[in-house]
Design a protein around this ligand. Structure first.
Ligand SMILES: [Fe+2]
Length: 302
């Protein structure tokens, strides 16, 4: 038996299609999908439509991620007081505005964690970040793993959220993170898509990790065709820079922009991060450190 394990699509429908096309030529019996269906890319509806279509053809074991939690909390909703922070809230708003009734019902009903059982096989425990927190991180060598894994009975724990592929053992569990379909953080592989196929070997599961190279120009063109560089200017520019080889993720540049805001105003509370602070962080971390990356970019500072 073979199970495809995918996580963190983040609306990158180009990468998601590429993965599903690849899997057509593999014998796949079921899917596990570990959350975060929207984020940096425009394909919110398309991603969900592709998941609905998958559900018609396969058993799909699926949970929510922190992005779905943000949407349910209304972070992309009606907050006119946030209008001046498009780089921070633009993509949340975009996802929120593009969700249809069916999509809201769907994400509302997604569980946070799930146990998957197949006869004669070790059970699988699914979570987005960690078994206890949707934004927790199961990391190799982390002291927090013990706390996170306490009470989990299943031997195999499948998680995502870090956007880094990893497999390790801790507290008697085998932890498998397939990395991200949408935007992997694995060193030197930002322009790839990452996922895992689990195959049964006796009662156990063996993971095959797969990277496929993405077409970065096509992805950026797609982002531009949906005006993402206007909807979430620096967020989108950071995303493009990352795919083109910068070392900093959107989250890291956001952290720096928050730090700059705090240095300049004495405090910073999300999402009140002025575009000026984003610009400063972007210039420092991308234009300053990776001028060649910036030269290659199609999205420019606005
Ligand atoms: Fe996540």
């Amino acid at each position: 038996m073979n199970i495809a394990v995918l996580s963190d699509i983040h609306g990158n429908v180009t990468a998601f299609k590429q993965v599903l096309d690849y899997l057509k030529n593999r014998e796949i019996d079921a899917f596990c999908i570990l959350g975060d269906y929207s984020g940096e890319f425009a394909g919110v509806r398309e991603t969900l439509d592709m998941i609905y279509a998958l559900q018609d053809r396969y058993p799909v074991h699926i949970i929510k991620g922190n992005k779905e939690e943000y949407l349910m909390l209304g972070l992309g909703g009606n907050h006119p007081e946030w209008d001046e922070y498009p780089s921070t809230v633009g993509m949340l708003r975009y996802a929120y505005d593009n969700m249809r009734k069916r999509d809201w019902e769907f994400i509302k009903n997604l569980p946070e964690t799930l146990t998957v059982e197949y006869e004669g096989m070790e059970s699988l425990f699914l979570c987005h970040g960690s078994p206890k927190e949707v934004k927790g991180k199961l990391l190799q060598g982390s002291k927090k793993n013990k706390e996170y894994l306490e009470g989990v009975k299943e031997k195999y724990v499948l998680c995502g959220h870090t956007h880094r592929y990893v497999e390790f053992e801790d507290c008697g569990k085998k932890i498998i993170n397939p990395g991200a379909v949408g935007n992997p953080l694995d060193d030197g592989r930002h322009d790839h898509t990452s996922f895992v196929i689990l195959s049964s070997v006796g009662r156990e599961w063996e993971a095959e990790h797969i990277y496929l190279k993405q077409n970065v120009d096509a992805m950026v063109k797609n982002m531009m065709s949906y005006n993402l560089h206007r909807i979430a200017p620096y967020w989108t520019a950071c995303n493009e820079a990352f795919f083109r080889g910068s070392l900093f993720s959107n989250g890291e540049i956001l952290d720096r922009a928050m730090q700059i805001t705090e240095e300049e105003t004495g405090s910073c509370e999300w999402p009140a991060i002025p575009e000026k602070a984003w610009e400063k962080a972007f210039r420092e971390m991308i234009v300053g450190q990776f001028p060649l990356v910036y030269d290659k970019m199609m999205v420019k500072l606005v």
